[in-house]
Design a protein around this ligand. Structure first.
Ligand SMILES: NC(=O)C1=CN([C@@H]2O[C@H](COP(=O)(O)OP(=O)(O)OC[C@H]3O[C@@H](n4cnc5c(N)ncnc54)[C@H](O)[C@@H]3O)[C@@H](O)[C@H]2O)[C@@H](O)CC1
Ligand SMILES: [K+]
Length: 502
């Protein structure tokens, strides 16, 4: 699914009106119906509803929603913020319709004294400001936001929490943003919803389709995408009847050191469960028995060192290489990593300690083979590319890094963010907090490696791998919950995840 900036969404709205065609007031009615329908299905009808309407179309939505809720006999009071300016356009029509309907109490807020006290068992519907916000909220609008946030009531935001920008909130006043429990957003999630620091404002979010025109969406170019099941399913290649293990490639995994062999075991198992034909796990001598006992399906390549990775094996036999989980950062490992990069493997996934070694040797970045896949978590990315003030700024750094070194970067987290050298950005839609557990990243490395070895392109291996990894986590969490989820559960649910994508 494409993701757009608020400005682009306004353009798509306009194009929809022209192409469908539909009047803006009717589009607003359609959008508002979706909100009202959700509210009617999801809230306790005995509760008082406080609707807050701002001066623009977001306020217009709130006015229309109030009328629709009153049809279902919900108890609504509308508070319209009055900056002393005339209402214009569709909000005026919706105000008049409300007055004519005469079933909703109408109030204006024109000073701090007229901001209502909101009981804790009320529902607040926040239609103060939407995607047309042009500066941080201040004055009366900010006071209303603070009062709503203080109330403890259940807050439902229309389209976007009032005060939040759809993209960059670096210069926003964070104390002047609604902290919604639910955000009901029109057609597309806004980019800022996907950044972890905005979770306290956005709450749970739901996308409500409002029938924006497919041609308008198609015509509007964007680098931003949200991974969907349909998109990923379309990338999975069926396994042909006459295939054999050679068809699915031979992966080399360089992982594990004395005391950290679990990383090698997890990544190896995940790689095998991702459909690779053959896997060789390169381990130090002390890891030999561990890997043989834990992953009998894997072949082994034994390092001369007793404890760490110190020497690159002959890489010509392998279709793809993964390196990093559990490696440690010993001097001999650093030099061996450098030698591997100098050997220019054509398909490479780099994770964990291999990334940490890189960040301590930044002059090696130029050695990174084109389309290498780097899978840092935010802290590792910070070591690689420097600190960022927030996720939006980090995304810009990530894009620069991908473009400069022609590599794919996966910044792991809720909605893991993938950047490609050509500037495309993909946010993942699968996964849950149960996956924030040791070894989860090793599993991802194994999955991506397995897909790469099967001759998926670096881009596809990354997108499929990240999506599958999250999906396996979601399937595991439905069975055992998020608390008890461990990395091994991701591996044992990979099969089911693949089945869902067929
Ligand atoms: N464009 C469309 O056709 C549709 C728009 N919809 C709704 O319209 C919203 C966007 O509407 P608008 O573009 O009118 O924008 P908003 O409703 O977000 O508000 C814009 C108004 O607020 C003022 N304003 C902006 N920032 C302010 C600030 N910091 N302090 C005080 N006043 C400020 C602007 O001058 C303008 O009057 C969407 O979020 C969505 O809720 C929906 O009705 C669906 C269809
Ligand atoms: K809003």
């Amino acid at each position: 699914m494409k993701l757009f900036t608020c400005k682009q969404i306004a353009g798509i709205d306009q194009l929809t009106m022209k192409l469908e065609p539909v009047l803006s007031i009717d589009l607003m009615e359609r959008a508002s119906f979706q909100i009202a329908d959700w509210v009617i299905k999801n809230i306790n009808h005995d509760w008082q509803i406080y609707l807050f309407a701002g001066p623009g179309n977001n306020g217009g939505d709130a006015l229309a929603v109030a009328r629709m809720l009153a049809w279902s006999n919900l108890k609504c009071t509308v508070y319209r913020i009055d900056f002393g300016r005339e209402l214009k356009g569709d909000p005026v029509i919706n105000w008049q319709r409300l007055e004519e309907q005469n079933q909703v109490i109408l109030r204006k807020i024109d000073s701090e004294d007229s901001i209502p006290e909101i009981p804790v068992d009320a529902i607040v519907i926040d239609g103060l400001f939407g995607s047309g916000l042009n500066k941080p909220l201040d004055g009366l609008a900010k006071e209303i936001v603070k009062q709503i946030n203080r109330s403890g009531a259940t807050i439902i935001s229309i389209d976007i929490p009032s005060g939040l920008f759809g993209e960059d909130n670096s210069k926003n006043d964070l104390s002047a943003i609604i902290k919604a429990d639910h955000t009901l957003t029109f057609q597309f999630p806004k980019l800022s919803f996907l950044f972890p620091e905005n979770c306290e404002f956005v709450g749970d979010w739901t996308v409500l389709p409002i029938g924006l025109h497919p041609n308008a969406i198609e015509q509007t170019e964007t680098p931003y995408h949200f991974l969907t099941k349909k998109f990923i399913s379309g990338k999975i290649k069926p396994r042909e009847k006459f295939s054999h293990k050679g068809t699915f490639g031979h992966a080399l995994l360089i992982a594990g050191s004395y005391g950290k062999m679990g990383a090698s075991v997890l990544a190896s198992q995940a790689c095998l469960r991702s459909g690779v034909g053959l896997l060789t796990s390169h381990v130090p001598q002390s890891g030999y028995e561990i890997i043989q006992n834990s992953v009998p399906e894997a072949m082994t390549s034994i390092d001369p060192s007793e404890t760490v990775f110190s020497e690159v094996p002959d890489i010509s036999r392998y279709s793809a290489i993964g390196i990093g989980p559990g490696l440690d950062k010993k001097q001999e490992t650093q030099q061996a990593l450098k030698a591997l990069l100098q050997a220019k493997p054509s398909k490479l996934v780099i994770d964990a300690d291999a990334l940490n070694i890189l960040s301590e040797n930044q002059d090696w970045y130029d050695l990174l083979p084109e389309n290498a896949i780097l899978t840092p978590h935010p802290k590792e990315f910070e070591r690689l590319a420097g600190a960022s003030f927030n996720s939006f700024e980090r995304l810009q750094k990530q894009l620069q890094f991908s473009a400069k070194y022609k590599v794919i970067v996966v910044c792991k987290g809720a909605h893991s963010c993938i950047t490609l050298p050509d500037g495309k950005v993909f946010f993942n839609s699968t996964g849950n907090p149960g996956m924030a557990t040791g070894g989860s990243g090793d599993v991802l490395t194994g999955i991506i490696l397995g897909l790469l070895a099967q001759n998926y392109s670096a881009e596809d291996a990354t997108l499929i791998g990240v999506y599958l990894h999250g999906m396996a986590g979601d399937l595991a969490a439905t069975e055992i919950g998020e608390y008890s989820l461990i990395a091994g559960d991701l591996i044992s649910h990979l099969g089911k995840a693949f089945l869902q994508l067929e």
